[in-house]
Design a protein around this ligand. Structure first.
Ligand SMILES: Cc1cc2nc3c(=O)[nH]c(=O)nc-3n(C[C@H](O)[C@H](O)[C@H](O)COP(=O)(O)OP(=O)(O)OC[C@H]3O[C@@H](n4cnc5c(N)ncnc54)[C@H](O)[C@@H]3O)c2cc1C
Length: 347
C-alpha cells in the first residue's frame, strides 16, 4: 500500500518549534524508507503560511495550512478541528506529530474522529519492506516494544528529544501553500486562551534543553559527619552549580517529598523536579546524581540519560550496581564545592 504521511505542526508566531522539527525528521526519514510514499506537511496556527518557508526542502509534496488567529492559541476544540481537517484534506494514512502537551491532548481524539488508531510516546519510527514499525517503552521505561499495525489512518506521536531536529537545505524553494478551510462552531469558542503562566520554581530550574541533568538526593538534607544538617551549604552548592553550568535540576522522590511535607530544607525543590518511576524521564546527554542512593524507582527515570555519573559516600549504593557509568565514592559537599570553584575560575 502506498502511504501518505502527513507531518502536523503548529505555527507559533510564524515559526515551527524544535520538537515539531524533530517530528519532521522522523516523517521525512519514514517517507524515504517507504517506496512510493508521499509526504505532506499540515500546518495550523496564525502565520502558518509564513512558517511553510521554514520547512522548504523537507521533501513535502504539498503544504496544507489551517490559518488564522482562531487557531493560534492551544485550545482542544480548534486544535482538534485543524488536525482533523488537515489529515482529511491530505488523505493521510499516517500522521506524524511531536508529543508536545498541545498535540498529546488532541491527537488521540483526532485519531478517533478519523476512524484511526494512535500510538503515543514513540521513541523511534522506521519502515522496512514497506512496513512501518514504531518503538516505545512500557512500564515506566523498563521494557521497550516494537509495534506495527495494518490499520489506517495511524497517528504517530513522537516524544521530544528522540531525534535531531530536521535542518533545511539552504535556498530550497518553498512549496505553494494550500489553504484548508475549517468552520469553527460557536461551541468551540467557549474556551478563550488568555495567556500562559509558568510554574515559577519549574521555570527557574527545569531546563529540558540543558546538556547536564543535576540530581540532588535526600542525602543533602541529612546529618553529615559532624552530626549536623548543612541545609544552607547544600542550597548554595546546588544552585551555584545549576547557575554556573546552565544545568537542569532534578530530585529524588525523598527530597521533593520533604518540601511537600513542610520541611522546606531545599525550598526550590518541587514535585516538578522529581525524576523516576512516579516522576519524570528527562532526556539530557549527561547526568550527575549527588547524595542520591540510586534505587531502581529513581534510576528508571534515567533511561534516556546517555552518560550517568553519581557521587555517593556509600560504595555499595544503587549506582554501583550497573546504574551509573562512573561512581565517585566521595562527599558531595566537597566535590561540588570544588566543581563550583573550577566553574567560577573559568568565567
Ligand atoms: C512505588 C514507588 C515509586 C517511587 N517512585 C520514585 C520516583 O519516581 N523517584 C524517586 O527518586 N524515588 C522513587 N521512589 C522512592 C525510591 O525507592 C527511594 O526511596 C528514593 O529514590 C530515595 O531517595 P534518595 O536516594 O534521595 O534518599 P536516600 O535513600 O535517603 O539516600 C540518600 C543518599 O545520600 C547519600 N549521602 C548522604 N550524604 C552524602 C554526602 N555528603 N555525599 C554523598 N552522598 C551522601 C547516602 O549515602 C545515601 O545513599 C519510589 C518508591 C516506590 C515504592
Amino acid at each position: 500500500m502506498s502511504e501518505t504521511i502527513v507531518f502536523l505542526a503548529h505555527a507559533v508566531d510564524g515559526a515551527i518549534a524544535r520538537a515539531d522539527l524533530e517530528a519532521l525528521a522522523a516523517a521525512t526519514a519514514l517517507a524515504q524508507q517507504i517506496p512510493g510514499a508521499t509526504l505532506v506537511a499540515g500546518l495550523a496556527g496564525d502565520g502558518a503560511a509564513f512558517a511553510a518557508s521554514a520547512i522548504a526542502g523537507s521533501g513535502a509534496a504539498r503544504v496544507l495550512a489551517v490559518e488564522g488567529p482562531e487557531f493560534a492559541g492551544p485550545r482542544y476544540a480548534t486544535d482538534a478541528l485543524a488536525a482533523e481537517a488537515l489529515a482529511r484534506a491530505a488523505g493521510a494514512t499516517i500522521v506524524v506529530a511531536a508529543g508536545t502537551s498541545r498535540w498529546m491532548r488532541v491527537l488521540p481524539g483526532v485519531a478517533h474522529r478519523l476512524g484511526g488508531r494512535v500510538e503515543t510516546h514513540l521513541t523511534g519510527v522506521r519502515a522496512e519492506g514497506g512496513q512501518v514499525f514504531v518503538s516505545r517503552w512500557y512500564y515506566r521505561q523498563r521494557m521497550e516494544a516494537v509495534l506495527t499495525r495494518a490499520h489506517r489512518p495511524w497517528v504517530l506521536v513522537v516524544d521530544p528529544g528522540c531525534a535531531e531536529p530536521w535542518k533545511g537545505a539552504a535556498g530550497a524553494a518553498a512549496v505553494a501553500v494550500e489553504p484548508v478551510a475549517v468552520a469553527v462552531p460557536d461551541g468551540a469558542r467557549r474556551t478563550q486562551v488568555e495567556g500562559v503562566r509558568a510554574a515559577s520554581s519549574g521555570a527557574q530550574t527545569i531546563r529540558p534543553d540543558a546538556a547536564v541533568l543535576f540530581v540532588a538526593g535526600a542525602g543533602w538534607t541529612k546529618k553529615q559527619a559532624d552530626g549536623k544538617v548543612h541545609a544552607e551549604d547544600a542550597q548554595k552548592l546546588i544552585l551555584g552549580f545549576i547557575d554556573a553550568a546552565g544545568a537542569s535540576l532534578g530530585g529524588s522522590k525523598s527530597v521533593v517529598d520533604q518540601s511537600g511535607e513542610g520541611q522546606a530544607v531545599l525550598p526550590f525543590m518541587t514535585h516538578l523536579n522529581q525524576v523516576g518511576q512516579t516522576g519524570a524521564t528527562p532526556r539530557h546527554p549527561k547526568g550527575l546524581a549527588t547524595c542520591c542512593h540510586g534505587e531502581e524507582p529513581h534510576t528508571v527515570g534515567w533511561r534516556f540519560i546517555n552518560e550517568r555519573r553519581a557521587v555517593n559516600l556509600d560504595p555499595g549504593c544503587g549506582w554501583s550496581r550497573g546504574k551509573a557509568d562512573v561512581l565517585y565514592v566521595a562527599d558531595a559537599f566537597a566535590v561540588m564545592a570544588r566543581v563550583n570553584e573550577l566553574l567560577e575560575a573559568r568565567k
